[in-house]
Design a protein around this ligand. Structure first.
Ligand code: ZN
Length: 315
């Protein structure tokens, strides 16, 4: 028996799913597990060992025949190389992941594909999630950072080198908010969980439980009626609404699907959608639905599954 494998490499956790080949192509895995992300030593050998465990758990007679891998950028999907993602340890940097993982698993290198995690979340949501009833799907994650992915006619729009739709690092404001990319005033510096926590620190706000402010604590306090926390969330939501309008002008998507930890807050989403309605927008561009991701936290691994099945020539 053969198995398709989907992998979602995150900064702290790796999610691995195994799917039967030739089943009804549903997105339901036969086995799925979440592990700590390898941070030292031979990270590819460690990853391959985990892949074998999950495939064996799904079907003890199965062998992996194709693997789709999602990873934080920047990465080179065309050559299968992880570049220098700030969320992963140095052991991953510069790694020819597709070739190395194929070698560890004893399969052909053209049966392993690497793709930006936001692009795979977009592919997963477009194929099996909130974007399924629509055509082109723009996915935006609002988490520690802000990222995006665009799926047009079922295909990831990657740009010339596979780097496209890095919406988090488009300029949004003249305010000197610092951003990890080196610029100031990026979407990520104004909207992300990091931005929410930074604003709380600047306001001298402390969580009811004490300690340093986190985005989660601010969102919870705002929901419970804390005026300072609510003001911080309103600011982030107003900036996010402007981001959504920019995205509509740029991409004209059929739907915008929003994922990521910050978007799990009903208050953040409600405020963002209300502000989205209020942003002056040319009438022809209004009315694009903005929906919550339907598959989280499995959006990326679902997209990796779609990628894997295409490697063996199946849609
Ligand atoms: Zn930036």
């Amino acid at each position: 028996m053969s198995a398709l494998v989907a992998v979602d490499i995150g900064g702290t956790k790796v999610r691995i799913s195994s799917f039967p080949v030739g089943a009804d192509w549903s997105a339901a895995p036969t086995a799925e597990r979440v592990f700590e992300t390898p941070r030292s030593g031979d990270v590819v050998a460690a990853l391959a060992e985990r892949v074998r465990e999950v495939v064996y758990e799904g079907d003890k007679d199965a062998c992996p025949i194709a693997v789709g891998v999602g990873c934080p950028g920047p990465l080179d999907p065309l050559r299968g190389i992880v570049l220098n993602p700030p969320n992963l340890s140095r052991e991953w940097w510069g790694l020819g992941l597709t070739g190395a993982l194929a070698g560890e698993l004893g399969i052909s290198p053209d049966r392993v594909a690497l793709e930006n995690d936001c692009n795979l979340a977009a592919l997963g949501e477009a194929t099996f999630g909130a974007g399924r009833p629509y055509g082109s799907t723009l996915y935006i994650t609002v988490s520690t950072g802000v990222g995006g992915g665009l799926v047009l006619d079922g295909e990831i729009f990657g740009g010339e080198r596979g780097y496209a739709v890095e919406i988090g690092h488009t300029k949004l404001t003249d305010r000197p908010y610092p951003c990890g990319c080196g610029r100031t005033g990026c979407v990520e510096s104004a909207v992300s969980g990091t931005a929410i926590a930074r604003r709380a620190r600047e306001a001298g706000w402390t969580p009811p439980s004490g300690g340093e402010p986190t985005a989660k604590a601010v969102l919870e306090a705002a929901t419970s009626g804390d005026a300072v926390a609510r003001d911080i969330v309103e600011t982030a939501a107003a900036f996010f609404a402007e981001t959504l309008v920019n995205a509509v002008y740029l991409y004209d998507p059929a739907v915008i699907v929003v994922g990521g930890g910050v978007s799990e807050s009903d208050l953040f989403m409600d405020l963002s959608l209300a502000a989205f309605e209020r942003v002056p927008t040319m009438p022809a561009f209004r009315g694009v639905p903005v929906l919550r991701a339907a598959l989280e936290p499995r959006s990326v691994v679902t997209g990796a599954f779609v990628l894997a099945r295409r490697l063996i020539g199946e849609e």
